[in-house]
Design a protein around this ligand. Sequence first.
Ligand code: PMV
Length: 309
Amino acid sequence: MTPELFPRAVACGKVILVGEHSVVHGQPALAAGLPDALVLEATRLPDRGAPATLSIPAWDLDCSLVPAADHPVVRAALEVLAHCDGPLTGVAIRGHASIPAQAGLGSSAALTVALARLVLGPDADPAEVVAASLVGERVFHGNPSGVDSEVAARGGVLRFVRGATPVPIPLARPLRILLVPSGVARQTAVQVAKVQDNLDRWPMLARPMIAALGAAAEQAQLALESGDLESLGEIMNVSHHLLAGLGVSSWVLDELCAVARDAGALGAKLTGAGGGGCMLALPPADPGPLVDAFRRRGLVPLVVEVHAP
Ligand code: PMV
């Protein structure tokens, strides 16, 4: 008998709040789940032997899941479905995404987590879902840290230290954030190499910046636990300047941060690998003027509320 899919599955996207890059060098980082980033819906095809299809219009994705296809999305999707003993034919999967793809917001982990949940169901053990997601993430990213899959499956804010189990952080209250995609493409590996280059050439300067970013993550955790948004904003500003010192910002990201602070953000920083991707800001109680400041510049800000896992 052909295995069935659940009709609907949901996954979070990911944003690194504090600690990108320094996390590569053993410091803690805080990452948050972006709720309902991807919703997948599955329906049966009339022909149970026809290849499965996957379409996510917001990501310009429309493909047949045929094993011979040399497309990372197809290969990753088939590997996740096979890992979970799901059907590889006879189903149409359609996705509704509220985050952009390839902007450092964990779109590939959202896809692999939601695919796993289509087979394993909404109440599946998150550890099982993460394991299935990682099978697909390896197709996309070779040797992923696992941060994206953990956040996509669990949501909330998680504290990561390389090689350790992620720990959920209790939030004093839901955390509202604003994300602005810069529209500039970047490669994580290139950005990580820039930091390594700085560490090799200027160890006496770069090492303290890495340590300070780790301290920023520790302080940000305390601010989140006590609901101290003013402090969190200041920590975000300092983190941005440290990341710029390590060479991973860009004039576009610096400008987006300046616009955010000028329009009333409590803090602003690059998020993820930097060089492009997204800017993250902490909005004041009324995010309206901040949103307008970016819309006037033709940009599309996303306001997201992060809840405890
Ligand atoms: O690829 P992104 O934009 O989600 O950022 C990755 C975060 C880094 O700390 C820069 C790299 C890593 O592996 O943690």
